[in-house]
Design a protein around this ligand. Structure first.
Ligand SMILES: Nc1ncnc2c1ncn2[C@@H]1O[C@H](COP(=O)(O)OP(=O)(O)OP(=O)(O)O)[C@@H](O)[C@H]1O
Length: 336
């Protein structure tokens, strides 16, 4: 479990993290998102003890990270695997030797190393490349090697810093599928920093959003995206902005799976004697299932009847704020 209370991290007089509070339970997958420079990597580095913090508390399994030094700190970091966008493999070492490296540093016996590395190469489906050099591998294969290396010491936590950003979307999905399998098989707690929306939605259970070093929104992944908080709208900007075309009110309908199978809109139109413009409709895949949403425009005069109609049928809805998004979107935020 990771418990962060009032964490502050400064670089000279620049405040990189300010009063962060988070609780991450063991075995879950957490997403960490935010604009470039919002403090995501700095937070990961605080969690694995690579950088210190000025005030507040950061406990990993009950241990205050800033209290560790020397061998204690090295042992602590053994429990935290890390993978990066650029894989960080040693070019002159084979796949096998890259994965074996952490165990060699900790002076494990040759047979222990051989058993573990062989097992891991099979787990990440790269056993046939054990003697290859990193330069002979594709990006996805390199990340598999990096994942195997991160798992050699049986970590309890895996921090993934833009681990799929350098890969094309299909390969990125296969790497995230592999990480999800690892999370489920080994119960490793994962923190996934990503700018890739589909990766975030399909792999994470909870999400935290940082803005200029502050935690500005959090929630379970489905409701976070189904009813986006303002900070998420700012981050996603014009990609998600929906503006009314006829000056009405924009509603987001969130039907259940059974409700979504019914012709909701045509029924509502017939019963209320009014057609509705559909501004956007989608079905999104999340880790624990799919969610459908419909964004419609309702003429202002008809709003009370529409609300009443939806509420009588227990169809969830929220009013969409309009004209407030699209101003601060980071250019790096990607749909895939
Ligand atoms: N060692 C350092 N010295 C001074 N400033 C730093 C240092 N490391 C990070 N920063 C600053 O702290 C802020 C947060 O950086 P960080 O790398 O954590 O952001 P990030 O959200 O991970 O960004 P990105 O998405 O671009 O990787 C940035 O303004 C960065 O310039």
């Amino acid at each position: 479990m990771i418990e962060i209370r009032g964490l502050c991290k400064h670089f000279d007089d620049f405040s990189a993290l300010e009063d962060i509070h988070m609780t991450m339970e063991s075995g879950k997958v957490y997403g960490l998102i935010g604009q470039s420079g919002s403090g995501k990597s700095t937070l990961l580095r605080c969690i694995n003890g690579l950088t210190g913090y000025e005030s507040g508390s950061l406990k990993v399994d009950g241990v205050e990270v800033s209290s560790l030094s020397g061998l204690e700190a090295r042992r602590f970091r053994r429990d935290i695997g890390m993978i990066f966008q650029q894989f960080s493999l040693l070019k002159r070492l084979s796949v096998y030797d890259n994965v074996a490296l952490p165990m060699r540093c900790w002076k494990y016996s040759k047979s222990e190393i051989d058993k573990r590395v062989t097992e891991l190469l099979e787990m990440v489906h790269i056993a046939d490349k054990r003697d290859a050099l990193p330069t002979e591998l594709s990006g996805g294969q390199k990340q598999r090697v990096a994942i195997a290396r991160a798992l050699t010491m049986n970590p309890k936590f895996l921090l993934c810093d833009e681990a799929t950003s350098a890969l094309d979307p299909n390969i990125a999905e296969t790497i995230m599928d592999l990480l999800s399998d690892i999370n489920q098989q080994l119960g490793i707690t994962m923190i996934v920093v990503t700018h890739q929306l589909s990766i975030l939605k399909s792999s994470c259970e909870q999400v935290y959003l940082l803005e200029r070093g502050r935690l500005v929104a959090q929630g379970d992944i489905t409701s976070f995206f189904s009813t986006p908080p303002q900070a998420l709208r700012r981050l996603m900007g014009s990609q998600e902005a929906v503006e009314p075309t006829g000056g009405g009110t924009v509603l987001r309908l969130l039907p259940t799976r059974q409700q979504a199978a019914q012709p909701i809109l045509s029924r509502m139109a017939r019963e209320l004697g009014q057609d509705f413009s559909v501004l956007k409709a989608d079905r999104e895949q999340y880790r624990h299932g799919a969610v459908t949403y419909l964004i419609i425009e309702v003429p202002n005069g008809l709003l009370p009847q529409v609300r009443d109609w939806l509420e009588r049928r227990q169809i969830a809805w929220v009013a969409e704020p309009c004209g407030q998004s699209g101003k601060e979107a980071g250019p790096q935020w990607m749909q895939n």
